[in-house]
Design a protein around this ligand. Structure first.
Ligand SMILES: [Zn+2]
Ligand SMILES: [Zn+2]
Length: 231
């Protein structure tokens, strides 16, 4: 397998060809890359149809693409690398969109940058954190990683809303996701901060948790807003 240190244009092209393959568009005509997929290419290149040719030539030389005449397709090593790039990109999308709830535009641009800097260990951690999601916010499949195979039998997210714990179950606060800023302030004043160990005491009519020696009654919404990591 070639060195996994790839330039950004190569990673973008891997992603483009992978996505084209998903859409049944491969082999691709290298002179007419599908318009709808050009968003995968870095911006200066996107405007000009010619520059990808250099990237394509470099990839053919590195054995990532097979180029028969004017058509291109991923080789097996190319597929293996594309899989990783696509996986990082789509996991980042899930993280940004579903957990951090950033806007769609911010998601698109940030995912394209973040995918180049996540290493294998961080990618696995993000995947586990998200509960090994099968699809991205666009509904495209996220290639499975080794972490997903291990946990395939019991795919339960590591991080769940507080209200999903069983009575008596212990967990650590992972983060608090709320737009109620005053409420967040009050919670942190009560010691509810990431890393804090808590135990769920009661769900109805109020969510009651034990933090250290004290019991706290929270409103039902907080049961969804406080995300915890099961112990
Ligand atoms: Zn997506
Ligand atoms: Zn996974």
């Amino acid at each position: 397998m070639p060195s996994p240190i790839l330039s950004e244009p190569i990673e973008e092209m891997l992603e483009l060809v992978w996505t084209a393959q998903e859409d049944g568009l491969t082999p691709l005509d290298r002179d007419h890359l599908p318009q709808q997929l050009l968003c995968f290419l870095p911006h200066p290149i996107e405007a000009d149809g010619h520059q990808p040719q250099e990237t394509i030539d470099a990839m053919i030389r590195q054995g990532l693409l097979s180029g028969a005449g004017r058509t291109i397709e991923l080789t097996d090593p190319g597929k293996a690398l594309a899989r990783e790039v696509v996986r990082r990109h789509r996991l980042t999308e899930v993280l940004l969109r579903n957990v951090l709830q950033v806007s769609e535009e911010a998601m698109e641009s940030t995912a394209c940058q973040v995918e180049h800097i996540l290493n294998a260990e961080v990618t696995g951690a993000v995947c586990a954190f998200l509960g090994h999601p099968p699809t991205c916010p666009h509904g495209r499949g996220i290639p499975r990683g080794r972490c997903c195979e291990v946990t395939l039998k019991a795919v339960e997210p590591l991080i769940v809303p507080l209200a999903q714990l069983k009575i008596g179950e212990e967990a650590r606060v992972a983060f608090i996701h709320t737009k109620r800023h005053q409420y967040l302030k009050r919670l942190s004043a009560l010691g509810m901060a990431p890393g804090r160990r808590i135990r769920l005491r009661q769900k109805q009519p109020a969510v009651v948790i034990q933090v250290g020696e004290t019991e706290l009654a929270l409103d039902p919404q907080a049961g969804q807003e406080i995300l915890v990591r099961r112990i």
